[in-house]
Write a protein that binds this ligand. Sequence first.
Ligand SMILES: [Zn+2]
Length: 265
Amino acid sequence: MKYFLLSLIAVSLASCGELRQQSNKKADLHTQNELNNNALHWEYDGEHDPEHWAELSPEFIQCAEGHFQSPIDLESYSIKSIKHDLLQFNYHPCSVDLVNNGHTIQANIEASDEALIANGEAYALQQVHFHSPAEHQIDGIIYPMEMHMVHVNEEGKLAVVGVFIKEGHENTTLAGLWEKLPEQVAEHVHPEKNCDVLHLLPDVHTVFHYSGSLTTPPCSEGVEWFVMKNPIELSKAQIKAFRKQYHHNNRPVQLQDMLSVEEID
Ligand SMILES: [Zn+2]
């Protein structure tokens, strides 16, 4: 049985810069993890592909042995009741550091510590990155791209908002980032305009929620996933521009007996 509850969307007026100081420590930790993981050579194709991630390092064992692995085909699970009825997005326009990290194009973001309130817990937005094609599926439908907005709370717990991307109109919010995508691995680009992160979300915030994992090594579990049911749009040219850098940077869907999915409307 499905239960539909109202998710309240609140917009705070605080500037992202006010809380920059507090976010720095976590951003540094994040960068360190990113570097460590990148040092271990994993890929989407060839002998280091997702089938072999767990063999590359003892730290990657969850990729093969986890029971709550992401991504999934959301509607292949029975969608159950909801534990929370409140999801708040407090995103503000922020400057971004756009980096080609060898696995995707990632926008590291200076954001407030309460960018996302989920189930009463506050999370800071750390970074936004992209996969092509999409990683999650809805009943077997595979969108051309998926955006992941990665958040972390004080205890280091991760919450990721996933947004499907379909081909359509030009996405003017992302146009600033897409002006010059970093082509070389480890290349950074600093777009002039702030990114209005709130406007990256679809108009209707119906989400699928489940507890899963990182979709990249080390495939750590305990990641709270909020996958938006409705896609946003990028133009054909914008999708092509991303695919010039990365195509097929998606982990295949995982079949997980123990997972349960909730729909929050
Ligand atoms: Zn991702």
